[in-house]
Design a binder for this molecule. Structure first.
Ligand code: ARG
Length: 474
């Protein structure tokens, strides 16, 4: 192909400038989507009479050949190729000649890149949602498996109140559910068709955007050309969804790193998911979880970069936007790999039940004692102080709640009776937490059942989403 802007320019760009401005090394990832978008565009050009049937067929034939080359990794890039759009156009003209020059009718790379990104993101969102559902299923299985384990919950990393370990895993299912909902919400905005707004103002040619949108299964088209070529909200939203999912998984990793400390030793991680030290022969480190934390930090950085990229850009398209793809691809790849890794590791985590049991302090029952006093008519604030005094007494006399006699309890309040001993155990503490959302076994069992049904239904959701994606990487 000739130099693209030959007409206007008297001299060719310098090699350094070409190298500096090109993005092919990154946006080649969108090749397959670029072709699919072009196929639909060409069909529309024929429908409205901008190209003949013969021209349409020649172009479609050429595009199919390029698609095959892409799939077989045979599409060659030249040093002068700027981006994926110009590569496809150049190759098309090489393959079919002059007719190929009609492909770009009523289209600009400014709207084309938005379409490519949206086609890519529709696929990726579906894949990410699938991964989230399978991770939720992993957590659910673990939750069932751990139903008999009571662990202290923590606030401020200090022992708080006993909970079922199942309840802990259900908490992560909830977080992931919100992540899933957020991705679905972002999908709506990704699913608005951008092509046909041209460089920024629309076109005088008689195109039919609704038709192209329909071919590519977009339920709606964008309404303002200036907005369409400058909008990257859709992309930033998806990236935000990734980052928040990662933040959740990073917190989960942090718990595991702590639980895996020698001093705590609540979990046993399988050798095959750990790594050793190059120097200290005894070490078995939870590097995978540390890297999840670390990679989450990198993604937050990339996300901040994206926000900074669009901040203060004047309307409409600006070349700065070309820089959106590198962080986008990286964040999506990292998110997918972390979801995959965690799904592999979670089923293999073993809990050291005895250690967990021995490490819970009797003081985690302090709120139960205060609530006992409330039930006997004490105002909560007074009950709180009474129990605080008992805790102090225990600490000073090297006792636990379990070693106190009724007489000792009575020293702090006459309200104490023998029934205090019934509530002084972790099982009963857990099982009285029957308020909605509480950790009682009845609640937790009900929640496990609810999630089982809900996650089965999630599969229907995926099937319906996949139907919405016309052609692509199914
Ligand atoms: N590669 C560009 C991008 O990623 C699209 C090309 C637009 N180039 C231009 N000079 N208007 O955004």
């Amino acid at each position: 192909m000739k130099y693209m802007w030959e007409g206007r320019f008297k001299e060719k760009a310098e090699k350094d400038i070409i190298d500096f401005t090109k993005s092919i090394d990154i946006d080649k990832k969108l090749a397959i989507y670029d072709i699919e978008g072009s196929i639909a565009h060409v069909k529309m050009l024929f429908k409205v009479g901008l190209i003949t049937k013969k021209e349409k067929e020649e172009i479609l034939d050429g595009l199919k050949k390029i698609k095959k080359e892409i799939n077989e990794n045979k599409l060659k890039f030249l040093p002068t190729d700027e981006d994926i759009h110009t590569v496809v156009e150049r190759r098309l003209i090489e393959l079919i000649g002059k007719t190929g020059e009609k492909l770009h009718t009523a289209r600009s790379r400014n709207d084309q890149i938005v379409l490519d990104e949206k086609l890519f993101l529709r696929d990726e969102i579906i894949y990410l949602i699938k991964q989230i559902i399978s991770l939720q299923n992993c957590f659910l299985k673990k939750s069932e498996e751990c139903f008999d384990i009571i662990i202290s919950s923590y606030t401020h990393l200090k022992q708080s109140q006993p909970v079922l370990l199942s309840h802990y895993f259900l908490a992560y299912i909830e977080k992931l559910e919100r992540d899933k909902e957020r991705f679905l919400e972002s999908y709506k905005r990704v699913n608005i068709f951008p092509l046909g707004v041209g460089a920024c103002a629309g076109t005088s040619l008689p195109i039919d955007r609704e038709y192209t949108a329909k071919l590519l299964n977009f339920p709606a088209i964008s309404k303002n050309s200036l907005d369409t070529v400058s909008d990257r909200d859709f992309l930033i939203e998806v990236v935000f969804c990734c980052v928040l999912t990662l933040i959740h998984l990073s917190s989960f990793s942090q718990d595991l790193i702590i639980w895996n400390m020698d001093e705590i030793d609540f979990v046993k991680l399988p050798d095959r998911y750990c790594t050793g030290s190059s120097l200290m022969p005894h070490k078995k480190n939870p590097d995978v979880f540390e890297l999840i934390r670390g990679k989450t930090s990198s993604c937050i950085g990339l996300f901040t970069g994206l926000l900074t990229l669009v901040k203060g850009l004047p309307l409409s398209y600006n070349r700065d936007l070309q820089e959106d793809k590198k962080p986008l691809f990286e964040i999506i790849e990292i998110t997918k790999s972390i979801l995959k890794i965690i799904s592999k590791v979670v089923p293999k985590i073993e809990f050291n039940k005895e250690i967990i049991k021995n490490k819970i302090s009797s003081f985690t029952l302090s709120t139960d004692i205060a609530e006992y006093l409330v039930k006997k008519g004490k105002p909560f604030r007074e009950a709180y102080i009474i129990v605080g005094n008992i805790v102090n007494y225990c600490i000073e006399n090297n006792k636990t709640f379990f070693s106190l006699t009724l007489d000792e309890f009575k020293k702090f309040s006459q309200v104490f009776e023998n029934d205090i001993f019934k509530i002084l155990n972790f099982e009963s503490s857990v099982n009285v937490k029957i308020s909605d959302g509480g950790t009682s076994s009845i609640n937790v069992k009900r929640e496990i059942g609810r999630w089982k049904k809900k996650l089965e239904k999630s599969l229907d959701l995926i099937i319906s989403l996949e139907k919405g994606v016309s052609i692509l990487r199914k």
